[in-house]
Ligand binder design. Structure first.
Ligand SMILES: Cc1cc2nc3c(=O)[nH]c(=O)nc-3n(C[C@H](O)[C@H](O)[C@H](O)COP(=O)(O)OP(=O)(O)OC[C@H]3O[C@@H](n4cnc5c(N)ncnc54)[C@H](O)[C@@H]3O)c2cc1C
Length: 374
């Protein structure tokens, strides 16, 4: 399973797994994550203190100096227990890497050390009610150094300290680094309830004459804004795909257990070829999704020209595989597959949401098509 990871990466994977098991699972945090904001905050603070969160960020700004593959490893391990945590990590790290790549030296020194150490948390606030797939429709404005408008579906909008906000000024989009802890001009206006990934608190944020510091514009070259948006979303997609792998792994594990235990018509259901073929497809396509996802994570640092394409492909494929096979896992469980007493229904709900965010499946196809020259 790990032939493409180095021995150091395999070691890191074990460290992440131990953290998730010992800190998040055995202390009973995971089981209430969907419903308890308190537990969500507790999980966030444990992840922040784990020393794992900044592994893929640069040494000079307090990170571990490792590649983005390490971020994918952590996202996958979190996704094994709750893919909502992979989403939280995805937003945080995308914002961090965005600042690292496009920010000024002053912005990097100001924000990255705290974010790398998990002493503050970041998120992306790009989308709006009317601007989901099409960011040219963004209405939030940053005219005369005042930010006005409403960003929708912001992960951790109620707990993050820093948001990278997409806003329009002089008919052009810019990304602004915004302090969400500011007492004036920023408020959480709506708590979004959703089908899955419920452990990732998601809110709308409204800015009302929020005073922008001119130095907080991220991209010094305006022509870089489009690229920066795609870069942030690509980072996020890879980590979400890694979370989807976690879902697939769980679906396989539980399905095999059930197939070997449940008896009907005088034999365990795993003896039926119909069930065996589901397990074979699940395992095969999960392995393919894993190769694609880690290929994308690797290309972020080592094959930069291909990063956007592989990020779109891995999110498209891993999300589809997770949704399809968490559904098949539920099918193998029969009635218990749709029962809240068993984990299948949650895996299925989480996987469906991954198909929608950070660009829908259709948008990923558009990106892949344009990347291959169509
Ligand atoms: C749980 C969750 C968390 C999120 N977190 C964040 C966040 O932290 N920050 C943030 O900024 N946003 C966030 N979002 C927003 C998310 O990125 C958008 O919901 C997503 O991009 C879809 O936008 P939309 O709902 O407006 O769909 P629309 O753009 O209205 O699309 C509707 C349908 O039309 C299709 N479609 C649209 N355009 C095309 C096209 N050109 N070709 C083919 N089909 C097309 C879509 O695929 C989709 O099926 C989050 C969303 C969710 C659900």
């Amino acid at each position: 399973m790990n032939t493409f990871l180095s021995s150091e990466q395999v070691q890191y994977q074990s460290t992440c797994q131990a953290f998730v098991d010992e800190k998040l699972c055995s202390q009973g945090i995971i089981k209430d994550l969907e419903t308890s904001k308190e537990k969500q905050k507790e999980a966030l603070s444990l992840i922040s203190q784990s020393g794992l969160i900044g592994t893929s960020l640069p040494h000079e700004y307090g990170g571990g100096g490792k590649t983005f593959v390490y971020a994918a490893i952590l996202a996958e391990q979190l996704g094994m227990k709750d893919a909502g945590l992979s989403l939280v990590l995805a937003n945080h790290l995308s914002a961090c890497h965005l600042i690292w790549r496009y920010g000024t030296d002053e912005q990097k020194s100001r924000y990255l050390p705290l974010l790398s150490r998990g002493e503050s948390f970041a998120t992306l606030a790009f989308g709006e009610e009317q601007a989901g797939s099409d960011f040219s429709l963004v209405q939030t404005s940053a005219e005369s150094n005042k930010l006005n408008g409403k960003k929708a579906w912001v992960v951790n909008g109620d707990t993050a300290h820093v948001a990278l906000v997409l806003a329009r000024s002089s008919e052009q989009n810019q990304i602004w680094i915004v302090d969400l802890t500011s007492k004036s001009g920023v408020s959480v206006v709506k708590d979004r309830q959703k089908l899955g990934l419920k452990s990732a608190s998601t809110t709308d944020i409204e800015f009302s004459s929020y005073a922008l510091d001119e130095k907080s514009a991220l991209c010094q070259a305006p022509e870089k804004v489009e690229e920066a948006i795609e870069y942030a979303l690509s980072l996020s997609k890879v980590l979400l795909a890694a979370g989807a792998l976690g879902i697939c792994e769980q679906a396989i594990k539980y399905s095999v257990q059930r197939a070997n235990q449940r008896e009907q018509f005088g034999q365990t259901i795993g003896k039926f070829q119909a069930i065996q073929w589901k397990l074979a497809d699940m395992s095969t396509e999960t392995s393919a999704a894993r190769l694609l996802t880690y290929r994308a994570a690797w290309s972020k640092d080592d094959a930069k020209d291909e990063f956007f394409k592989f990020a779109a492909m891995c999110k498209l494929f891993a999300a589809r595989v997770a949704r399809l096979y968490s559904g098949e896992a539920a099918q193998i469980y029969g009635t218990l597959g749709i029962s809240e007493e068993e984990p299948m229904e949650k895996l299925y709900r989480d996987a469906k949401v991954i198909e929608v965010l950070e660009g829908t499946q259709e948008i990923q196809k558009n990106i892949v098509a344009s990347q291959v020259g169509a």
